[in-house]
Write a protein that binds this ligand. Structure first.
Ligand code: HEM
Length: 406
């Protein structure tokens, strides 16, 4: 049942992705597909490609940097994959450690998980998908140092405040999701139509409206305050904020909702809830790892080949494009299982590999850990209603209503 629900989530996001995933499972480790380019489904070969920075790039046709540079301008190339990228990642490293992630996530997520616990304990249903959207919105806004009231008027107009004053965070999520969805259909060509570029710029203008003020006034413990202190220009800081607002929201919310569903659907929520003390903490860590593996929220990573390279016995030529099917690679070892040991070949591949390894990995794990721990403490839960999101870049639930099992 859990597998069936996951397949629905993938197909509903994009029927093309569903078909690609099903076909790739049956195909060779690496295959050239007309119109798509090289399709790779083997974890070892995917890692080999992602860490080979001399032969692959996320700039140029096939890479996500190509999409960003059309929207933000060619200047982002240095920040996304050039010397500026290395320099910024190195200098801002301390903002993204496990300890920094904990300090960021614990206070920002607590009001959301506290409400969730309160409702579950009272026997009320909770929409985990909605709470996950609010939670990730709160964290990215806090991380950047943006004043959330920037989004209030638009959130009110869109009717996103469900009586809890969290409409602004729902708006951040919705705009990020809308922006990412503009990339749907770019699996065979990352060149965007002019109307798509215009819409993307319009969305980003709204999303980053609070950036100039935060850049001037936010403390150095925030990303934008740190950018100012490091001498990163306001334009570059706005580019980085755009990336974080999109990369840090949909992926994490997807992992949270889908892991909560997987635990309930596989009957393993009860095991987590009845465990105590360090046994439960250990199980939560496995649930986080298994949840990330089985959901692999970024199911495909694109790359542009910059020079001829041989991978898995096949020669990829400069100018070719690659689709690394991380979802297929990570789900091949089997279903979500709290007894599954660490899988060395798949280690963290849900966060990519090499120099673009997810900057927010510790934040994402802390978010997932906090929600799963709160669910476990409230007792076992079951899914009473669900709806997969349609036409989205990152497969997820639009609605996932759960109830505590007495
Ligand atoms: C479960 C949640 C998440 C997943 C599965 C995920 C996955 C990924 C993957 C696969 C990449 C590499 C993309 C590539 O190589 O082209 C990536 C990059 C990135 N992620 Fe995440 N991500 C998650 C959460 C977050 C969060 C919470 C943040 C920040 C708040 C974040 C920020 C970033 C950034 C800035 C990059 C670009 C890094 C670079 O190019 O150097 N991500 N993420």
């Amino acid at each position: 049942m859990a597998g069936r629900h996951e397949r629905t989530v993938i197909r509903s996001a994009s029927p093309a992705l569903g078909a690609l995933v099903s076909a790739a499972r049956l195909g060779p480790r690496i295959l050239r597909v007309p119109r798509l380019g090289w399709v790779v489904r083997d974890p070892v070969l995917i890692r080999e490609l992602l860490v080979d920075h001399r032969s692959t790039s996320l700039l140029g046709e096939g890479g996500v940097g190509h999409l960003w540079s059309q929207v933000l301008g060619d200047w982002v190339e240095d920040l996304f994959d050039g010397a500026g990228h290395h320099s910024l990642r190195t200098r801002a490293r301390d903002l993204f450690t496990e300890a920094a992630a904990h300090d960021l996530v614990a206070p920002a997520a607590s009001p959301v998980t506290a409400l969730m616990t309160q409702r579950l304990m009272a026997g009320t249903t909770v929409d985990i998908a909605d709470l996950a959207r609010v939670l990730v919105g709160r964290i990215v806004v806090a991380m950047l140092g943006i004043d959330v009231t920037t989004f209030l008027a638009e959130a009110d107009a869109a009717g996103l405040d469900h009586g809890d004053d969290w409409g602004a965070y729902r708006l951040v999520f919705a705009r990020g999701e809308e922006l990412a969805a503009l990339a749907l259909g770019t699996q065979s060509d990352t060149t965007l139509a002019p109307a798509t570029v215009d819409r993307a710029r319009q969305i980003l203008e709204g999303l980053t409206a609070g950036v100039p003020r935060a850049y001037r006034t936010a403390p150095e413990s925030t990303v934008l305050g740190r950018c100012r202190a490091l001498g990163v220009t306001e334009q570059e800081a706005t580019g980085l904020a755009s990336l974080l607002l999109v990369a840090g929201t949909e992926t994490a919310a997807s992992a949270i909702a889908r892991t909560a569903a997987l635990l309930a659907d596989t009957g393993q929520a009860a095991r987590l809830a009845t465990a105590t003390g360090s046994d439960r903490d250990d199980l939560v860590e496995v649930a986080v790892r298994e949840g990330l593996r089985v959901t692999t929220p970024a199911p495909v990573i694109g790359r542009h080949i910059t020079r001829d390279v041989t991978v898995g016995g096949r020669t990829l030529r400069a100018g070719d494009r690659v689709l690394a099917l991380t979802y297929v690679a990570n789900t091949a070892p089997g279903a979500f299982d709290l007894d599954r040991p660490y899988l060395p070949d798949n280690r963290h591949l849900w966060f990519g590999a090499g120099r673009h390894l997810c900057l927010g990995a510790a934040v994402a794990r802390a978010e997932l850990r906090q929600v799963i721990s709160a669910l476990a403490a409230a007792g076992p839960w079951t899914v009473v209603d669900r709806e997969a999101a349609r036409r989205v870049l990152i497969p997820t639930y639009r609605r996932l209503v759960v109830r505590r099992v007495a």
